[in-house]
Design a protein around this ligand. Structure first.
Ligand SMILES: [Zn+2]
Length: 202
C-alpha cells in the first residue's frame, strides 16, 4: 500500500468511533472522490481553528469574528436562567431537544483528576462572575452528565457558590434522575425533556 494512503488511514482511524477497517474504506473513498469535494474538505479542516472562537460570555463556540455566540446575543433569551453544561455538544443536544429560552454556560469538560482535568482547566471563573454580576436573582440549571465526573463538578459548583457568598443571588436546580445515558450527548430526547421539566431545586 502506498505510504500516502497508509498515513491517511492512520489519521482517519484516530477519529472517535472509527476503527482501522472503516478508516481504510473512508481513505479509499477520498482517493476516488472528486477534486472539488476534496478541496472544500481540505479548506474546512485547515480553517476550522482560525475560523472559530469561544463566546466571551458563555464559553461556547462561535464564529471567530464574533465575540458573543448567537444564543448570548439574542434579546429574547432569558438571561436570568443559565443552563450549565460540560461541553458544547451537550448544549447542542439540549437545544435540539426543545425550544428553551434560557442561556448557557459551557465549562469545557468536567472535573476529573484521573484524566488530568482540574478546576483551573475549566471555565468556572466566568460562571461565578456571571452570577455575581447578575442584576436579579438567577436560576442556575445544572445539566452536567449523570456520572462520577459530572457529580464532582456539580458538588464543586454548589460548594463554591456557598463559599463565595452568592447563594442569595441564585436558585440552583438540577436535572431529575432518569436520563437514558451517563452522557447527555447520548441520552434520548424524551428523557432529556422530562429531566429538564422535572428539575429539582438543590
Ligand atoms: Zn455565548
Amino acid at each position: 500500500m502506498p505510504e500516502a494512503l497508509k498515513r491517511l488511514i492512520h489519521n482517519i482511524s484516530l477519529l472517535p468511533g472509527i476503527g482501522e477497517n472503516r478508516a481504510t474504506k473512508l481513505a479509499f473513498f477520498m482517493l476516488w472522490a472528486n477534486e472539488n469535494y476534496l478541496k472544500e474538505f481540505r479548506d474546512n479542516i485547515k480553517n476550522i481553528k482560525e475560523n472559530t472562537s469561544s463566546c466571551t460570555i458563555c464559553g461556547s463556540i462561535t464564529d471567530a469574528w464574533r465575540t458573543e455566540c448567537n444564543i448570548c446575543n439574542k434579546d429574547m433569551r432569558d438571561k436570568t436562567q443559565i443552563c450549565l453544561v460540560e461541553e458544547y455538544l451537550d448544549l447542542l443536544t439540549l437545544e435540539w431537544s426543545g425550544g428553551y429560552q434560557w442561556v448557557y454556560h459551557v465549562l469545557g469538560g468536567a472535573i476529573s483528576p484521573m484524566n488530568g482535568v482540574f478546576v483551573w482547566d475549566l471555565n468556572f471563573h466566568s460562571l461565578f462572575q456571571r452570577i455575581s454580576d447578575a442584576e436579579s436573582k438567577i436560576e442556575l440549571i445544572i445539566a452536567t452528565n449523570p456520572n462520577l465526573e459530572g457529580e464532582a463538578t456539580t458538588s464543586f459548583v454548589i460548594e463554591e457558590i456557598e463559599k463565595r457568598k452568592l447563594k442569595h443571588k441564585v436558585k440552583i436546580t438540577r436535572l431529575s434522575r432518569g436520563l437514558s445515558s451517563w452522557y447527555i450527548e447520548y441520552a434520548d430526547t424524551m428523557s432529556i425533556v422530562s429531566a429538564l421539566k422535572e428539575r429539582k431545586e438543590v
